[in-house]
Design a protein around this ligand. Structure first.
Ligand SMILES: NC(=O)c1ccc[n+]([C@@H]2O[C@H](COP(=O)([O-])OP(=O)(O)OC[C@H]3O[C@@H](n4cnc5c(N)ncnc54)[C@H](OP(=O)(O)O)[C@@H]3O)[C@@H](O)[C@H]2O)c1
Length: 255
């Protein structure tokens, strides 16, 4: 009689916690979409580092994701809006944790209400300059410090590819960030994995109701984890407008 093969405990542990021992940084993790990304990476067993400018928002995040003492959520009260701040942050995380494996920036949100010619200098500063500078500061600080097997998965929205009426500077910001991702891919030439998710409207804590075909913030997290775990996904812009598109992309990525 043949002896059944016992399940391999090490493989089981690996599947339950595929990023155990890895360090994932989520700039923008305190945001509506970031919350789902943080929750998804905590489930992988990774140490998830979330920097933020606002202590209350960091505390609120811990409550939202149900973090308890001993969990692997690390909240850092630190900004990344300038080159110096972002570099300091990356150096601190590398020193504290000994490594940086994956970075998933979900920086900046939505804004609308003015035509381009009504847009004033304050709007431009806040919704184009500051958000674009933060994205660039984070990329230039973290990409060179990524583990060789690491990845960078940037979050962007459809407005980056399609102009929306009275939200022009959000589209311009998104387009700049998407081109930054492509330029990073060109400069890296395969030495690190750099991708972006291109999202449609997302159901989240600030907008819990909407078209049922839209993704939830948790599903964005699921997609970000799938990309992070798939060594073959490289230099891609992954369009995720509907749950149907998500299912198709997850099947492709996980194949
Ligand atoms: N919500 C959607 O339906 C949707 C749809 C498509 C795409 N997206 C994309 O998802 C990403 C996040 O959107 P969200 O809805 O989660 O936005 P959100 O709720 O406003 O969160 C924005 C996050 O970015 C951080 N941040 C850092 N620097 C910032 C700056 N200069 N200005 C504004 N925020 C800054 C904030 O951190 P602090 O805690 O430090 O403030 C916060 O964590 C964006 O790339 C957006 O284009 C969102």
């Amino acid at each position: 009689m043949s002896t059944p093969i016992a399940p391999d405990a090490r493989n089981d542990a690996r599947n339950d916690a595929p990023l155990d021992g890895k360090v994932v940084v989520v700039p923008g993790g305190t945001g509506n979409v970031g919350e789902g990304i943080v929750r998804a990476f905590l489930r992988t067993g990774a140490t998830v580092v979330v920097p933020g400018r606002n202590r209350e928002r960091l505390d609120e995040l811990a409550e939202l994701v149900g973090s308890r003492p001993g969990d692997r959520l690390v909240r850092l009260h630190a900004g990344y809006g300038t080159f110096d701040e972002a570099t300091e942050l990356a150096e601190r995380i590398a020193a504290d944790h000994g490594r940086i494996d994956h970075v998933v920036p979900s920086i900046g949100g939505w804004w609308m209400g003015k035509t381009l010619w009504q847009t004033d200098e304050n709007d431009w500063q806040k919704h184009f300059l500051e958000t674009t500078t933060s994205h660039f500061a984070v990329a230039r600080a973290f990409v060179p410090r990524l583990d060789p097997a690491g990845s960078y998965t940037l979050i962007a929205g459809f407005a980056a590819r399609e102009p929306y009426q009275r939200a022009g500077i959000i589209s311009m910001h998104g387009a700049a960030v998407l081109m930054m991702r492509e330029a990073l891919s060109a400069d890296l030439r395969g030495r690190r994995r750099v991708n972006n998710l291109l999202l449609g409207p997302i159901l989240n804590r600030s907008r819990p109701n909407g078209d049922p075909s839209w993704l939830t913030a948790d599903q964005v997290g699921e997609a970000a984890v799938a990309v992070t775990l798939a060594p073959s996904v490289q230099d891609e812009s992954i369009r995720l407008g509907t749950v149907e598109e998500l299912d198709r992309e997850l099947a492709r990525i996980r194949a």
